[in-house]
Design a binder for this molecule. Structure first.
Ligand SMILES: Nc1ncnc2c1ncn2[C@@H]1O[C@H](COP(=O)(O)OP(=O)(O)OP(=O)(O)O)[C@@H](O)[C@H]1O
Ligand SMILES: [Mg+2]
Length: 715
């Protein structure tokens, strides 16, 4: 396809009149000639369209694949739906690949454009997905997240690897306006396109003392007889606009949504109330048996408000996004799960919590860059003439500080975060496993090619840390090393992953956690569910541990005492520094134990103050770690009894059930609540169900279709 034709098609499919200045500049700089580009421009300046241009060129003219890397699932899904809708008709096959990190996904071979999260793509490389060589275009969206301590290192290592294995592939990196885009360009070997163009103005301001003051624009006076958030919502809804609140935690997002729903409800029209009722039903019934969280979300949605965070089911997120786009849901309260890239009809983005908790650092101010990104979710060109980004101040002094820091302040520089210990452990093992780095010198050379290496020119700072990591990995049995000598002098060290080391890298486990599991379980002869949970709660993946109150401590010490004889590792002494952390880990173990004892989410919340949202995301990690431990046990023999218990435990933890319900949950449509109902009605096994009549099962489950479905499965 001719270049002119590609541009025409993209304009047509985006339903726009013409390219904007950023897009024209990208064409001029050679985006359709395979030029590498770092594009640093404001939110909503149409960067996605650049990927579409280059993607069509690569696939239609060169018959190669585009990989589009996204930091958020919500964003990946938006791009996937969007690209499919626009370009499937030109024969472009679009795939979405998120979730399940233990697979090479060979099915992706058939697709032309693959949208993936950074972590998922990193895992595909660990599994040596065979189609990677067919990639001709790499798009890294939101590349300023290199700076993020938890997500940055994966992206940085991933891009360094991709540059190595696909030296001819075109790279496009999109970023918000940042200070040092030139440095990123230099690292990626890319030209830098910098622009301040934003198609729709975005006014920034501060809420304080009953007023929203937007700098260089106007002031809104809000109702004084309402709560702070309520008054902002009322003011927005009176203008018939929608808004999103950003909060620091899931718990805060849920609590605010519940509160606001009481107000928003009064703004709904008759017809909307009907539609929202239907929607709430769908949201409540997303699972066979609704969880507490499903019920809570449904209740809010019924009144026109939704909370949104990464603990919410995929299908529910889709429903929320669609209803918000239709204007049916009026307000969203969100964590950072919607902070980047997404296009939603927010007129206002309100940042209520400007501080966030970081493990090890405490509660600190969000980076200016991140606040810019959140603001940027409002005033998207297809929805509004302008947008408003608002920070909430507590008092006059706070207002002044926020103004200086966020409104008048400078954006931070992006820096590399790969030198953190856990990031190095994970990625060094992966680089050795993949044979990208076969020796220590090669490893150091590779690290010179990362953003870190380019920025600091020399990596002596890293060298020592790397040596420590290599020493630990060898000590744990995950790699083997061999000195390489020249004229009797050691010049390098050969690095080879062992079988177990390679598997651990594929399982996407922190090697330190893998070692923790192996060391403690290899010779373990006696354990029970609680002590296994205590071990798992020590892993990095489960951090930070839940906080502890005096009341908790009493209950948890009782639990520890009850299980004392099953501890297969040393319990720290009460006077030791580690004791408090141990109690917090044991608290998590207690919560898991309650869960498999079939306590309800409500009871767990009441007794140990863990919200259903957090509980379920912890259970997801628990399932992953139990799976990994079982995979490890295939390579390292564990005691057979313990292995049997672990297998059962994985099922029990997944469903939240006592052991006696295991046979029943193997049936489709049967979870913890229904299995319990069947069991208590005397239908305890599959053969009991075989003998029982459809009528009897219907009576227990209160659903004839489900009873028939069960009968079909066991016929
Ligand atoms: N030339 C154009 N004219 C009008 N609208 C456009 C044009 N290009 C893109 N758009 C629209 O602008 C909206 C924002 O685009 P996009 O999501 O690509 O922004 P972005 O630069 O990636 O922003 P962010 O940094 O927030 O991710 C989209 O809805 C898109 O359809
Ligand atoms: Mg974008």
């Amino acid at each position: 396809m001719e270049k002119g034709e590609i541009v025409e098609k993209v304009i047509l499919e985006n339903k726009i009149k013409k390219l904007n200045p950023v897009q024209k500049e990208a064409l001029r700089m050679g985006i359709l000639e395979g030029e590498n580009l770092v594009v640093s421009s404001p939110t909503s300046s149409g960067k996605t369209l650049l990927a579409e241009l280059a993607g069509l060129n690569i696939t239609l003219n060169k018959k190669q694949k585009m990989i589009y890397l996204c930091p958020l699932v919500a964003l990946a899904r938006e791009k996937y739906e969007d690209f499919k809708r626009k370009y499937q008709k030109y024969g472009i096959k679009v795939a979405l690949s998120v979730g399940n990190y233990d697979s090479a996904d060979p099915w992706l071979e058939r697709f032309d454009w693959i949208i993936a999260s950074n972590e998922k793509f990193d895992s595909l490389i660990r599994h040596e997905a065979p189609w990677i060589g067919e990639i001709g275009l790499i798009v890294a969206d939101e590349i300023h997240l290199l700076d993020d301590p938890s997500r940055g290192p994966t992206l940085e290592i991933l891009l360094t690897i991709l540059k190595e294995i696909l030296p001819r592939a075109q790279i496009l990196a999109f970023s918000a306006t940042i200070r040092n885009s030139e440095e990123i360009g230099e690292w990626l070997g890319a030209k830098v396109l910098k622009s301040n163009f934003r198609p729709v103005p975005l006014y920034k301001g501060i809420f304080f003392g009953g007023k929203i003051r937007l700098f260089g624009f106007k002031e809104y006076k809000l109702s004084e007889d309402l709560g702070l958030e309520e008054s902002i919502v009322e003011n927005t809804l009176l203008m018939k606009k929608q808004l999103i609140f950003f909060l620091s935690s899931r718990r805060n997002a849920e609590a605010l949504a519940e509160r606001l729903s009481k107000l928003v409800f009064h703004f709904l029209e008759e017809k909307e109330i009907e539609e929202l009722k239907e929607l709430a039903k769908k949201i409540e019934n997303a699972l066979e048996i609704p969880t507490e969280q499903c019920k809570k979300l449904a209740k809010c949605v019924e009144k026109g408000v939704a909370f949104y965070h990464s603990g919410i089911l995929f299908s529910q997120r889709v429903l929320i996004e669609e209803a918000y786009k239709k204007g049916l849901i009026k307000v969203i309260t969100s964590t950072t799960a919607l902070a980047f890239g997404v296009n939603l009809p927010n007129f206002r983005a309100v940042i209520r919590d400007v501080k966030r908790y970081y493990p090890g650092l405490g509660s600190i101010y969000l980076p200016v860059l991140e606040v810019e990104q959140m603001f940027g979710r409002s005033g998207r060109p297809q929805f509004d003439k302008w947008g408003e980004g608002i920070l909430v101040a507590k008092n006059r002094e706070d207002a002044r500080e926020l103004e200086n820091y966020y409104i008048r302040g400078e954006l931070e520089e992006i820096s590399s975060k790969i030198s953190t210990e856990s990031a190095l452990r994970m990625h060094v093992l992966s680089l050795i496993s993949n044979r990208f780095c076969k020796s220590q010198n090669q490893l150091l050379n590779f690290l010179k090619k990362t953003f870190f290496g380019k920025k600091f020119k020399e990596i002596s700072i890293l060298k020592e840390k790397i040596e420590e990591v290599i020493f630990a990995l060898e000590d744990w049995g995950f790699i083997k090393t061999e000195e390489i000598k020249e004229n009797g002098e050691v010049v390098d060290k050969k690095l080879m992953a062992t079988r177990i080391g390679k598997r651990i890298s594929q399982l996407y486990l922190d090697p330190a956690s893998a070692n923790l599991f192996i060391e403690n379980l290899r010779d373990c002869q006696k354990a029970n569910e609680f002590t296994i949970f205590c071990l798992i709660s020590k892993a990095e993946e489960m951090k930070p541990s839940p906080s502890l109150s005096m009341k908790d401590a009493f209950l948890i010490e009782q639990e520890i005492f009850k299980n004392e004889e099953y501890f297969f590792f040393q319990i720290p002494d009460e006077l030791d520094d580690e004791y408090e952390e141990f109690l917090r880990e044991a608290k998590l173990a207690t919560i898991f134990s309650f869960w498999i004892e079939e306590k309800t989410e409500g009871e767990i919340m009441e007794k140990l103050k863990m919200t259903p949202g957090e509980l379920h995301s912890r259970i997801e990690i628990l399932d992953w770690l139990l799976y990994s431990i079982l995979e490890i046990s295939k390579l390292i023999p564990f005691n057979e009894e313990i292995k049997k218990m672990l297998k059962k435990l994985r099922i029990r933890a997944y469903y939240g059930i006592k052991e006696e319900l295991i046979p029943l949950v193997s049936l489709e449509g049967i979870g913890r609540v229904r299995a319990r109902a069947l069991f208590d009605a005397g239908l305890k096994t599959i053969s009991d169900l075989k003998k029982a009549s459809v009528e009897k099962i219907t009576k227990v489950l209160k659903s004839k279709s489900l009873a028939e479905k069960i009968k079909e499965q066991i016929r």
